[in-house]
Design a binder for this molecule. Structure first.
Ligand code: SAM
Length: 270
C-alpha cells in the first residue's frame, strides 16, 4: 500500500511515521508513505501556493496550478477531468487511484471507509491549509472528499496521518496479531468488549471470573455480550446497522426489558 501525501508542511510527518507499528510496517515494505511538498511544484520567484480570494473576504486560498502539477507529475498521468459525473468516474477509473481531498466538507471518515480504502494499492491525500482550496481542485481533480469529523483544524496533515494510521493497520501482516483488528471497536459494527491483564486482583477489584476459566466458548460468549452491552449503553445508534445474530437480538431484548423494569421500579418508589 502506497500513500502519496501532498502538503505544504512535509516536516509534520516524519516523527509519526518513524514510530512504532507504522515505522515497522514501512521498514518491512508493507506500506510506503511518500510526502510531497506542493511548494516544489511552483515556478514563480516567491514559490506562491496561495492567493487572495476572488470576491474579497479574509484568508488565503490554495492555488490550483501547483496542486494539479504535483499530483500529475507524481502519478505520471493527466488526472484532471471536466465537470460531469460520468467524466469524473471515467477519469477516476483511468487513474485507478483515489485522489482524496481532506476537508471538513467531505464524507465523515470511519472504519468502513478505512476498510474500503485499504483495498487500494495506492491512494493520494491532499492536505489543505488557510481557508481551503480553489474550487477547481474539487471540481476537476479529486475523486473523493474526506473529513475526519465535524470540527475544523488548521490543516489536513493530522487528518492524513489519521487515515494513514487506520488504513495501514488493516494491511495484511502490519499488526503482530493477525486477528488484532477483527474485534476492534467499529470493525464488526460494535464497540469492543473490555480487556483485563495481570494482576487478577488490584486494590480489591477482581477481574471477571469467566476470564480465568480457560473455557473458550464461555469467554467468547461473555465477550460478545459485553460488546453488545457496551454498544447498547454508549452507542445505541450503531446497533441499527450491526450484523446481529438471533442470540444477539435475544440478549439485547433482555437488556431492554431489564432497563424498562428498573425505570418502572424507580418511578414506583418515588
Ligand atoms: N474554510 C474551510 C471550510 O470551512 O471548509 C476550512 C479550512 S481549514 C482551516 C484548512 C484545511 O484543514 C482544510 O482545507 C482541510 O484540508 C483541513 N481540515 C480542517 N478540518 C478538517 C477536517 N475535519 N477533516 C479533514 N480535513 C480538515
Amino acid at each position: 500500500m502506497q500513500f502519496e501525501v501532498f502538503t505544504l508542511l512535509p516536516e509534520v510527518f516524519p516523527s509519526y511515521i518513524d514510530t512504532s507499528i507504522i515505522k515497522r510496517a514501512r521498514e518491512r515494505g508493507l506500506i510506503t508513505v511518500r510526502v510531497h511538498n506542493i511548494r516544489d511544484y511552483t515556478h514563480d520567484k516567491h514559490h506562491m501556493t496561495d492567493d487572495t480570494p476572488y470576491g474579497g473576504g479574509g484568508g488565503m486560498v490554495m492555488k490550483p496550478e501547483p496542486i494539479f502539477e504535483a499530483i500529475e507529475s507524481v502519478l505520471g498521468v493527466d488526472a484532471s477531468f471536466d465537470d460531469s459525473l460520468e467524466e469524473r468516474e471515467a477519469s477516476a477509473q483511468d487513474v485507478k487511484i483515489p485522489i482524496i481531498l481532506l476537508t471538513p466538507q467531505g464524507r465523515v471518515f470511519n472504519q468502513s471507509i478505512a476498510q474500503e480504502l485499504s483495498q487500494h494499492d495506492r491512494i493520494v491525500l491532499i492536505c489543505g491549509r488557510y481557508e481551503g482550496f480553489d474550487e477547481r481542485i474539487r471540481e476537476h481533480l479529486v475523486t473523493d472528499e474526506i473529513s475526519i469529523g465535524d470540527y475544523v483544524l488548521t490543516g489536513g496533515e493530522l487528518p492524513a496521518l489519521i487515515m494513514i494510521d487506520s488504513i495501514s493497520r488493516l494491511q495484511p501482516d502490519v499488526l503482530g496479531d493477525p486477528t488484532g483488528a477483527q474485534d476492534d471497536s467499529h470493525a464488526m459494527g460494535l464497540l469492543e468488549y473490555p480487556h483485563y491483564t495481570r494482576p487478577p486482583e488490584f486494590r480489591g477489584w477482581k477481574i471477571p471470573e469467566v476470564l480465568l476459566s480457560g473455557a473458550h466458548a464461555k469467554i467468547d460468549k461473555w465477550r460478545r455480550e459485553q460488546a453488545l452491552l457496551r454498544t447498547y449503553k454508549k452507542r445505541p445508534d450503531m446497533l441499527e446497522k450491526a450484523d446481529l445474530s438471533k442470540e444477539d437480538k435475544k440478549f439485547l431484548e433482555k437488556l431492554k426489558n431489564e432497563e424498562e423494569r428498573e425505570v418502572r421500579e424507580t418511578s414506583d418508589e418515588e
